[in-house]
Design a protein around this ligand. Structure first.
Ligand SMILES: [Zn+2]
Length: 402
């Protein structure tokens, strides 16, 4: 892969953006991981077929088809509900419509004076048919009612399976803390998720999970009754269980890398994206420390004086198997490689945006990041007898899923 990113690349001579240069690129990007996953599934079906006959083929295919449809419907439903909710809260801006763009600029123009123009430019460059709505999460619901969510540092893209009714959600914390360049790069990453149809890709991987669960159960069942050799059957189920998880995570990490490259291609913002990621990491680490302090105080209040607190570190294997996002180090490394290889192209892209800078707007001073984030999704807090509290950070990605 010429520049270390999968799927798309920039021609170093002409500066043109190309997709899937060779068959190998296509295979490597779209087919190889999926193919390996299918091969494992087929292997189990082949093992079952001599004993179960056609049932070993028809049942998994039926489960797969059913799940594909039902998950697809659920994703669409969830997406539409998300849209409805943001519309209701007045947080949704269909920036493609002049009236909404004006509203957005009136509200956020002092924080991010160039954003709405930049956004339309990126959407056009990415070749999206519809301009995805922008949702800025200004308020979060709490027990006491809505609270200003300056500590919301999430950014994510969502759409229906066919890419319609798309939106990009940005947390207020991102709006406030990122420079225009960093915000542009982050949103460029999200636009690429939409442009490459990653919602559908995700649905395809998720709907293979139940198929594997059913097949694993069948293989183990047959092994228990002696219809197939016990040890090879257990080994196959074990290997395929881990392999499926690993393949799914590797696929997800590759998608993220594609989107980082998409951000670089759309904006030239290689260092912007890297510094945005660094910023988020610092914020999340500070927040975690604060959570530990809070947990200590809570421990004391509830009579668990002297509670010892620690953050459980995950093993390399666990990260390899579960992480849906590459590490910051890897992402930065790839972005720098892209910058070196296509420096002229990146400069050209960056200049497109520099020209659009709105000099009339005076950015408001950025407030200090608010660390009171609470325990984010994917974080588990376990209390043990004797007062030990262990906070396990969820998948790195779940904290900041962009
Ligand atoms: Zn992403």
């Amino acid at each position: 892969m010429a520049d270390g990113f999968p799927s798309t690349y920039v021609d170093s001579k002409t500066g043109a953006v190309k997709r899937l240069a060779t068959i190998w690129d296509k295979l490597e990007t779209d087919g190889l991981l999926k193919g390996m996953d299918y091969a494992l599934t087929l292997g189990k079906m082949a093992l079952l077929a001599p004993v179960m006959g056609a049932v070993a083929v028809v049942t998994p295919v039926a489960i797969w088809a059913y799940k594909r449809i039902s998950y697809g419907a659920a994703i669409n439903q969830f997406n539409d509900a998300l849209n409805e909710q943001s519309e209701m809260l007045g947080e949704k801006y269909r920036i493609g419509e002049p009236r909404h763009k004006t509203e957005f600029d009136a509200r956020f123009g002092d924080l991010q004076p160039t954003f709405s123009e930049d956004y339309l430019r990126m959407v056009k460059m990415a070749g999206l048919k519809e301009v995805p709505a922008i949702v800025v999460r200004e308020d979060m619901m709490s027990f006491f009612g809505p609270v200003h969510s300056q500590h919301d540092y999430n950014a994510f893209a969502a759409s229906r399976l066919d890419g319609k009714n798309a939106s990009i959600t940005i947390g207020q914390g991102i709006m406030e803390q990122m420079t225009p360049g960093e915000l542009r790069a982050i949103v460029g990453h999200e636009i690429t998720h939409l442009a490459l149809g990653h919602t559908r890709d995700r649905a395809s991987w998720i709907s293979r999970r139940p198929v594997n669960i059913a097949l694993n159960a069948a293989v183990l069942g047959l092994a228990a009754f002696g219809f197939v050799p016990f040890l090879p059957a257990v080994a196959l189920v074990g290997v395929s269980y881990f392999a499926h998880k690993c393949l799914e995570s590797i696929n997800s990490r590759r998608r993220e890398e594609e989107c980082d490259r998409g951000a670089a291609i759309l904006t030239g913002g290689t260092t912007d994206l890297a510094s945005g990621l660094r910023k988020l990491k610092i914020i999340s680490e500070k927040a975690l420390k604060l959570q530990l302090q809070q947990a200590t105080i809570m421990g004391r209040i509830f009579g668990r004086g002297g509670a010892s607190l620690k953050i459980k570190e995950r093993s390399k294997f666990e990260k390899f198997m579960k992480d849906s996002h590459p590490t910051n180090e890897r992402r930065e490394g790839l972005l720098m490689k892209f910058e070196q290889k296509y420096h002229t192209f990146c400069e050209k892209q960056r200049s497109l945006f520099a020209n659009a800078f709105n000099t009339r707007a005076k950015p408001r001073p950025k407030p200090e990041p608010d660390m009171d984030m609470g325990f984010g999704p994917g974080t588990t807090v376990k209390r043990f007898p004797g007062g030990m509290v262990i906070i396990t950070r969820g998948r790195a990605s779940r904290d900041f899923p962009f």
